[in-house]
Design a protein around this ligand. Structure first.
Ligand code: ATP
Ligand code: MG
Length: 252
């Protein structure tokens, strides 16, 4: 079976996350997608994150009704243990150890999160450990994606340069690193925007599944600390690109 791990802060889970999972499920025939809220997201330590149990509850409520979307406790806090950042490499290894050998594991991630991959804990090991599915949003080029790779894996500048302005689609294959790029997800929603709307007392409308909206209301989440969401630019057309061991193939 094809299985994906979809990590995030999920503060809260929203339609964008579900759209990403649905698109990846269709394209890569995923039999199961684990939604893994991080207890301590290594890259979100600038603002206080909502308690793990609330975020997990919202993931569970928002994925109910999708038989193959599974809320996961892989990065849940362990009682008595010191709280430490949840590193994806460890999570991937733990999940893989629990799966039958014949399962094919993918790591599902949005392009905005992927842009920071170079700063992740042992990013080059993670990229070689599991096939990535990067879900693009409008405004990103294939060159941006290649630029974001950790230095040891990054193709030479002369190879990256021609792809500036080339919308992302297709596969990027660099030795043992396989990055599948999924272009078609354009849900204009982010958790930052939703927290901000909730703090201003605005309705979250259809941007979160109704049970999640109800949970946010009942538990009085996001009543303070409105943050400003970055605007998302218009969608661009897509092309298929593949880079294999430094050689480029390019077709529209
Ligand atoms: P925040 O605004 O707090 O950064 P977020 O909406 O980006 O939150 P996360 O939990 O940080 O949500 O994201 C989990 C994953 O989902 C990341 O890989 C992110 O890139 C991806 N993602 C989130 N929203 C979208 C969206 N609208 N379209 C595509 N990918 C998304
Ligand atoms: Mg984000």
């Amino acid at each position: 079976m094809n299985v994906a791990i979809f990590g995030g802060t999920f503060d809260p889970l929203h339609r964008g996350h579900l759209a990403v999972a649905q698109a990846a499920q269709e394209r890569f025939h995923l039999g199961r997608i684990y939604f893994v809220p991080a207890d301590v997201p290594p890259h979100k330590q600038r603002r206080p994150v909502t308690a793990f149990h609330h975020r997990y509850a919202m993931v569970a409520l928002g994925t109910a009704g999708h038989a193959s979307f599974v809320p996961s406790l892989l990065e849940a806090p362990s009682p008595g243990a010191l709280r430490a950042p949840n590193y994806s490499l460890e999570t991937v290894r733990r999940l893989r150890a629990s799966l039958p050998k014949r399962d094919r594991l993918f790591f599902l991630i949005g392009v905005d999160a992927f842009m920071e991959i170079g700063t992740w804990h042992k990013a080059d090991e993670l990229l070689q450990e599991v096939e990535f599915i990067v879900v693009s949003r409008p405004g990103y080029s294939l060159a941006d994606l290649a630029d974001a790779l950790p230095e040891a894996l990054r193709p030479a500048a002369s190879i990256r340069r021609p792809f500036q302005g080339t919308p992302v689609d297709g596969d990027l294959v660099l030795g043992r690193v396989v990055i599948h790029i999924l272009p078609e997800v354009t849900e204009k929603v982010s958790a930052t925007q939703l927290r901000s709307a909730a703090a201003k007392g605005r309705s979250l409308g259809k941007l979160v599944p109704e049970p999640v909206a109800e949970y946010i209301r009942k538990m009085h989440l996001y009543r303070q600390a409105a943050e400003v969401a970055a605007p998302i630019s218009a969608r661009q057309s897509t092309k298929v690109i593949s880079i294999r061991h430094g050689k480029r193939k390019h077709s529209s």
